[in-house]
Write a protein that binds this ligand. Structure first.
Ligand SMILES: [Cu+2]
Length: 122
């Protein structure tokens, strides 16, 4: 095997390991909202932080997004199940209040669905 081929194989293996880590290895942090708490969500390095949020049913869901990720796709946050979309200008704090919900999981994503977060209403 030539040196180039070995290098290409090594690169491919590293890429596969990275992809596996990206999708399965990174542990989601769950954040439980206290009464009337505004949940601050940072968009950076390809993720929402926190990405997993637990809120109480029947209460407005108060979120505050701040995006430090310049990726254009991350400019929009989509709550597909609620048919709501908001734009997130870079480095600006954006308040988003979702209407009270019954128990369910509400996903939020970027435009292409690469950045993913979930609100669990309990
Ligand atoms: Cu995206």
């Amino acid at each position: 095997m030539s040196y180039d081929l070995i290098l290409a194989n090594l690169t491919a293996i590293l890429l596969i390991m990275f992809v596996l880590w990206w999708f399965f290895g990174s542990k989601p942090k769950a954040k439980t909202a206290a009464q009337d708490e505004v949940i601050k969500i940072t968009v950076k390095d390809g993720i929402y932080d926190p990405a997993n949020i637990v809120v109480q049913q029947g209460k407005p869901i108060r979120l505050q997004f701040i995006r430090h990720d310049p990726t254009p796709c991350a400019e929009t946050v989509v709550f597909a199940a609620l048919d709501l979309t908001y734009s997130l200008p870079l480095h600006q704090t954006i308040d988003i209040t979702l209407p009270p919900q019954s128990p369910k999981a509400i996903e939020f994503t970027c435009q292409m669905g690469m950045y993913r977060g979930s609100i669990t209403v309990v």
